[in-house]
Ligand binder design. Sequence first.
Ligand code: 7TS
Length: 419
Amino acid sequence: MMQMAHEDIDVERVRRDFPILGTSMNGKPLVYLDSAATSQKPIQVIDAISNYYKEYNANIHRGIYQISERATSEYIESKEKLAKFINAGEMAEIVYTRNATESINVVALTWGNENVGKGDHILISDMEHHSNIVPWMLLAERKGATLDYIKLDGAKAELDPKNLEEQLAKKPKIVAITQASNVLGTINDIKGITKMAHDVGAKVLVDGAQSAPHMAVDVKDIDCDFFVLSGHKMLGPTGIGALYGKREILEATEPLFSGGDMIRSVRHNEHAWNDLPWKFEAGTSDIAGGIGLSAAIDYLNGVGMDRVRDHEKKLVRYAIERLSQVGGVRIFGLGQDGVDRRCGVVSFKLDGIHPHDVAQIFDSEGIAIRAGHHCAMPLVTETLGEGALSRISFYIYNTESEVDAAIAAIETVRRIFKV
Ligand code: 7TS
């Protein structure tokens, strides 16, 4: 499908591609507002996976028969598509992993172990998911390095530019930062931060788990050294994620896992690594996952990432407007004037009511939302001083009437709890 600029997504048509959106939960039509946790899957992705198993299931890179050659070429094509999707230079820079978390761990355990030492600094931000905190905390503990956090501004919505400069003055070895926060929704100026980090000699890892599914990403333009994402958040299956790394860095880094496929030759006492990206993929790959992700990328390209972004901005603007009309609701992150710097995530709190109670009443209304610390405890618990938050999050298949359903559910919560 050609991308049509400035034309809205045909949401009703999109919704027909997602079988789960026609189902119900607790006897009510399913309203799925938890895509930041995982996205739903279109029939095109489900069929691509099932067709692989039905028609050409075979291992890759070794077959000299037709179905293995087909599986191999589709798996490679999936990487080529992903490389193009994030504008990597070449397929060799795309390593498949299980998810964004594994990708970050691979970098911390390979590049990190090789390049971070005693007394060094590692810089992350105060709006990271646990998966972009803990691997660095452990690396710092292993090496006797220090883990620093870029603080939030006074409104607790964006990074504090002054603190960013102060932290960079410590000349960290690596800056690992999310492009879009899964709690605040804030989109960071990742290109500007990368430039500043490079100026002090740091490498940069961008956590794209919440950005790649929702906006056009260009790793060459950002100039980051590593970029990670999860397939399951971008219409693809669970079990497949990616690590992008600049070729020269991946070339110079030793692999984490070893065994079959990642090796070119083995003698009794010698080995030689395979070419990139295979050097980082030991053992049989998630072939079905790669093929499913490929279909997901086709789907997103068909819709057009600019339209995905516009659609979510509209929903966020509408959700903030409606939520702020409800008494006792506090919204976290940037306000209405900051929607351009917000992804499709809106966290809120209903005063006097525990977010788990809110989520439970939503559930009884057929509405799926997330409640809790959102795997960002340093941010939610320490910086925001909250035990838990409610969160709604959007994707291409959500509608304003689903926002209305969420608002009606909040009114039900308020009636039940008499607040
Ligand atoms: N980074 C960010 C910014 C995330 O939001 C998540 C998952 C991850 C990394 C980890 O992704 P995974 O696929 O490796 O697990 N975020 C969420 C969430 O907000 N609710 O559930 C998972």
